[in-house]
Every structure is written in C-alpha cells, then in structure tokens.
Design a protein around this ligand. Sequence first.
Ligand code: 21W
Length: 221
Amino acid sequence: MLQIDVLTLFPGMFPGVLGESILKRAEKKRLVRIAVHDIRSYSRDKHKKADDTPYGGGPGMILTVQPIFDGVRSLKNKNSKVILLSPGGKRFDQALANGLARQKHLILICGRYEGVDERVSKALVTDEVSIGDYVLTGGEVPAMVLIDAVVRMVPGVLGNKESAVSDSFQSGLLEYPQYTRPREYKGLKVPQVLLSGDHEKIKEWRMKESLKKTKKSKRKA
Ligand code: 21W
C-alpha cells in the first residue's frame, strides 16, 4: 500500500484528476491512499496566513516555514519521503517514477508564487523534483503528473494487458501506430497488413514502424 499526502494551498485542484479512471480504481482497490491537505489549515496565524513577502525585497510572495513544518511533522513517519515540487529540482522521469512506486509513503509539497522559504528544503525535504524546463504557476499540476506516473507503476494497479504497454515504452522504442474500426474513414485506410490475419507479418510491420517513429522523433529532439 502506497500512501501519498499532498500539501497545497489549492486542494480544490486535485479531486477531478484523482477521481477518475485508473487513479480512482487504484484507490478503490486499496493499492494507494491519497489525501490532500490545505497548507493553511496548519497555519497558527489568526487569518490562516501561509505566505509572506521575501526578506531582502523583490516581487511576489513566499510560502512560510511554520505551516509546512507543522503539516509535514503531523503527517510524517519513519518511512516517509518528503518531496518538494520545485522548478529547480531533479527532472522527473520514468526511472524516478518506478523508484517512488516502491515507497511506502510520499509527502508532496506544492510550491506557489515566487517560491518556498529555503529552510523547508534545507531541513525537511528529501527530494526536489521538477517536471521540465518551463514555468508553471505552482507545484500542483507537477504533483498530479508525479502521482499519475507513480500510481500506474504500483504493482496491481494496471491489468496484465495495460502493463504490456509500459514494457514497450520502457524498451526505449516508441509505439507502433494503432488503428480500430472502421477500415476506411473519409478515404483514410487502415494498413492492409493489419487486416491480413498473418500475425508474424503484423509483428514484423509493427517493429519496423516502431523503429521508424523512434528515429524520426530523435531527429526532432
Ligand atoms: C515558478 C515557483 C518559478 C518559483 C528567485 C527569485 C514545481 C514547477 C514548479 C514557480 C519560481 C515544476 C525567483 C516545472 C515549474 C513550480 C512555480 C521561481 C522566481 N526565484 N516543474 N525569483 N515547472 N512552479 N521564482 O514551474 O512550483 S515543479
């Protein structure tokens, strides 16, 4: 069982993403438990304030240290990894997702505004993770990306048919083109080989197309 606790200023962003499809099924099957917590609920300030202006001046607001410290302290146990979603963190990839899927407990801290007080990273966080080199408004969408990629790798979440797809992705080749009914749509035809019933030939064609797609995308990169 993987437990994921999310600390965020915007808990309302999560239910839509977590409440559908494979993520919902994983929770129903008791393979994961995901809880979203409002950082403000841990604030000892009378207005539940959780941000403030930066020391030294500059634009925007910084998430303050007290609500995040108290939130993490109340959620943490000896098995917890504490992950800050941060634009300067280690780039998220499939290998990181596979590793996190074998953990018992993840605490995800979503930054916002101009950032998070550095003492959170220094004293609390075990890993800092970014999902790529572009600027977002906060760590919430990255947290959902991480949860999606990690939860599908938890043993039992995907059926046997679905997990075959991840094997082919992890082989480093791109997917071969897929078609379904009808055989022809507005003059666009399904490749004849797929209708032939010759499974040896179909396998060959798919391998050839995978290689073609992989080479083409490496040129673009
Ligand atoms: C964007 C927070 C920029 C902080 C020093 C002086 C989490 C993210 C985020 C955000 C800054 C991820 C500054 C990919 C992302 C995230 C919000 C920098 C400016 N620093 N992965 N001035 N992209 N984004 N603050 O944006 O929190 S993971």
